[in-house]
Design a protein around this ligand. Structure first.
Ligand code: ADP
Ligand code: MG
Ligand code: ZN
Length: 726
């Protein structure tokens, strides 16, 4: 039998550590006693040691199933550096290499053998295993077993089948991410029902969580990074294209960034990873392909440009920040449309997979929309309900820092809980909300839930989203529970039943409407968005003067959005002015000088510190189509023909031409207008725009719509803006 002293000695001798961390020692003793073991600890807790150390003490070779070849190699290198015999087997190796590794396993000198699940389930591999003495089987990243996890690997479901070919060996499963549902899946699938479970809290006290609405993320991201003194950080987004685009935008704005995604060749990928680890760059912009097993302790921020597919995914990815226990800021840009996009991506999957994915996604959405403490919600999600103390967050999330508005929710809660009760606790939130709102859709009528007393009671009280948010709060508040085995179905808890028996006053968060009124809610955002009203008024006056000199309407000179942008960014050079929204080269040259002069004087007089931080230079890429259109206009190709050549609608061509003109480029489409519209009509519409107060198309349509078609008005408006403004 192994004594505690010797475990300590092994820890010191091989790994160089003086103490075990958290529950490592308990785990190791459990495994040494040949008992099945289940380890649930957050990333960075030190799970690997829980199987690495006992492998040295036990007879034979420990078999480690691990999903990523890159990770495997990394660990084997580390082990060998510590003087431990370790190796791996995977399809990337030559026959000779494989033979060498195998013979070391057979003669018992190898202590740790890593295999990818694909190799493990191969028939001939089973034959090989039978010749070896296996000390125990470790299943790392065990959440891969469950379709409810965020990283499902079908081969993981066959691990037990393989283990059954061996004489009794203990199993240790390890994961950093397991909701109660996923836990159950792992236990059942590996058949380790009697395993001792070791859980440590998932709380990461040094991480600050913040969720912002995704309205204009680029300037916010750039401001944020510059505000964080260019420390190391990761930006996650979902598509490769977006990864490339964001990396490019950051670079032209003076932030060193590299892209990382599975579409890049392995060489570039590992180069970019090294650049990040060596701090040759500030930021990695990545799809979730990046980060698993990356052990950079001083990642200071993790930005989610897109919403992750599940709360677990969010936890995992944000978990890569602040691993050294120091600052780690996590900002997520949330847009409900992104949730719907992600849902659409799943449409080719099987029904059950789609349903699973959808539920995870909607949990993520309500997490984002919720006014409850982010930290508590997440800990709750991982099953830490009782352990969580009241002040676990200490102001380290946006909702705790700026609490949301509350309302008296006794009646609403009563209805919401009654709906659960009266449907016999057999449905999910979406169905319950339909019942409360009295929506007689098929599901409601078939189940005859339009006949229950609470049907329609909630109609007129709150809108649909607010009810969903309310349910979310009731789940988080422990009035309702989500059944572990039937995902998505909610039931009454004891607390919920007690409430129904004797309702009492309860305060809940007001649902925040996503479309309106969000701008002022977020301190940072508001700060960013306010413009200098005094300067704006001065600019506006100057616009009027210039307009009357040049005999054009004011908006032709610079539009209000352009002026607001100037009153935010204080451009004092021509290139800076051209970066203002709606101002192109042509416009800047034609009208710009007096504006630059005014702004310069204003900046000096008022001692304004211009922050270049928020001047976002965009990349030229997206203008390919516009360049194409411009070339064809030069060649006098009719606009409808351009549409045809390019395979886009005429409408789209017009939109692009309008954008071209708005950004200040002069174009001549007379050739096209002359062919289509007679001269008198053109003059009349031109006259209208000369005297009108705005260049709004809607206003023009109201005035001219009876006599002219929309297309005519639009075309002449383009001519007008180009002739007068650019
Ligand atoms: P996990 O798999 O749980 O995410 P790892 O096994 O990769 O975590 O360990 C994370 C880091 O913690 C590694 O750098 C590891 O060397 C270190 N570590 C593990 N156990 C200890 C310990 N007892 N004392 C100090 N450092 C440790
Ligand atoms: Mg690990
Ligand atoms: Zn909080």
């Amino acid at each position: 039998m192994v004594t505690e002293i010797s475990i300590q000695e092994v820890l010191k001798k091989y790994f160089g550590y003086d103490h075990f961390r958290g529950r490592q020692e308990e785990v190791i003793n459990n495994l040494l006693a040949k008992r099945d073991t289940f380890v649930i600890m957050p990333t960075g807790a030190g799970k690997s040691l829980c199987y690495q150390l006992p492998s040295l003490i036990m007879e034979g070779t420990a078999l480690v199933v691990s999903p990523l070849i890159a990770l495997m190699k990394n660990q084997v290198d580390q082990m060998q550096a510590l003087g431990i015999e370790a190796g791996f087997l995977n399809s990337s190796m030559s026959r000779g290499e494989q033979e060498m590794t195998r013979s070391k396993v057979i003669d018992g000198t190898m202590k740790l053998l890593y295999v990818a699940p694909e190799s493990l389930v191969r028939e001939e591999f089973v034959g090989f295993l039978k010749q070896c003495q296996i000390s125990f089987v470790a299943v790392d990243e065990a959440h891969c077993i469950s379709e409810w996890g965020h990283d499902f690997r079908p081969e993981y479901r066959r691990i037990r089948e393989i283990i059954n070919h061996l004489p009794h060996v203990p199993v240790i499963a390890l994961t950093a991410t397991a909701t109660p549902k996923v836990r159950l899946d792992i236990i059942q699938n590996l058949k380790i029902e009697d395993a001792n479970i070791f859980i440590t809290s998932f709380n990461r006290p040094n991480l600050y969580y913040e969720i912002r609405f995704k309205i204009n993320p680029f300037p916010e991201i750039i401001t944020f990074i510059k505000g964080h003194m260019y420390k190391s950080g990761i930006i996650y987004c979902l598509s490769r294209r977006k990864v490339e685009e964001i990396a490019e935008v950051l670079n032209v704005n003076g932030i060193k960034a590299v892209p990382y995604h599975a579409g890049l060749d392995p060489l570039t990928r590992s180069k970019h990873q090294d650049m990040f680890l060596n701090e040759d760059i500030h930021v990695v912009v990545a799809t979730i392909a990046f980060g698993m097993g990356i052990d950079k302790p001083d990642v200071r921020f993790v930005i989610h440009y897109d919403v992750p597919k599940s709360i677990e995914g969010y936890y995992q990815e944000t978990g890569r920040g602040g691993r050294d226990g120091l600052e780690g800021v996590c900002v997520l840009f949330y847009d409900f449309n992104d949730i719907m996009k992600l849902e659409k991506f799943m449409k080719d999957k099987s029904v059950s997979e789609r349903e699973a994915g959808r539920l995870l996604l909607y949990e993520m959405a309500s997490f984002c929309e919720s006014g409850t403490c982010r930290r508590k919600t997440m800990l709750h999600y991982f099953g830490e309900t009782k352990e969580v103390e009241e002040d676990v967050c200490r102001g380290m999330c946006d909702n705790c820092r700026t609490p949301k508005e509350m309302f008296d929710a006794e009646t609403a809660t009563t209805y919401a809980l009654q709906a659960v009760q009266q449907t016999d606790e057999r449905t999910g939130v979406i169905h319950l909300v339909n019942i409360l709102l009295g929506i007689p859709n098929q599901q409601v009528t078939i189940s005859e839930h339009d006949k229950i007393p609470v049907y329609g009671k909630g109609n007129g009280m709150m809108e649909e989203k607010a009810w969903k948010t309310l349910y979310n709060q009731l789940i988080v508040g422990n009035y309702l529970v989500k059944d572990i085995t039937d995902y998505g179905i909610i039931k009454l808890s004891e607390k919920g039943k007690e409430f129904l028996n004797a309702p009492y006053p309860i305060q809940l968060y007001v649902h925040k409407n996503m479309e309106i009124g969000h701008k002022g809610d977020d301190g940072d955002y508001e700060e960013y968005n306010t413009y200098d009203e005094i300067l704006f008024d001065k600019l506006k006056a100057l616009v009027r003067t210039v307009a009357s000199e040049k005999k054009v309407p004011p908006y032709v000179v610079f539009s209000d959005p352009s002026l607001i942008d100037m009153a935010t960014k204080y451009p004092i050079t021509m290139p800076e002015l051209q970066n203002i929204t709606g101002v192109g080269q042509g416009k800047a040259a034609k009208f710009g000088a007096p504006f630059i002069k005014l702004i310069k004087e204003y900046v000096i007089d008022n001692e304004i510190e211009r922050s270049n931080d928020i001047i976002v230079r965009s990349t030229a890429k997206k203008s390919m189509l516009k360049i194409f259109i411009l070339n064809h206009i030069d060649r006098r190709t009719p606009l409808d023909e351009i549409a045809e050549i390019k395979g886009i609608s005429f409408e789209e061509v017009l939109e692009n031409v309008e954008q071209i003109v708005h950004s200040g480029t002069k174009i001549d489409i007379d050739y096209f207008i002359e062919d289509l519209i007679d001269e008198e009509q053109v003059d009349e519409v031109m006259d209208y725009f000369m005297t009108a107060k705005t260049d709004s198309f809607e206003d023009a349509e109201k005035k001219l719509g009876l006599d002219y078609t929309m297309e005519v008005i639009r075309l002449v408006r383009i001519k007008f803006l180009s002739d007068m403004g650019n």
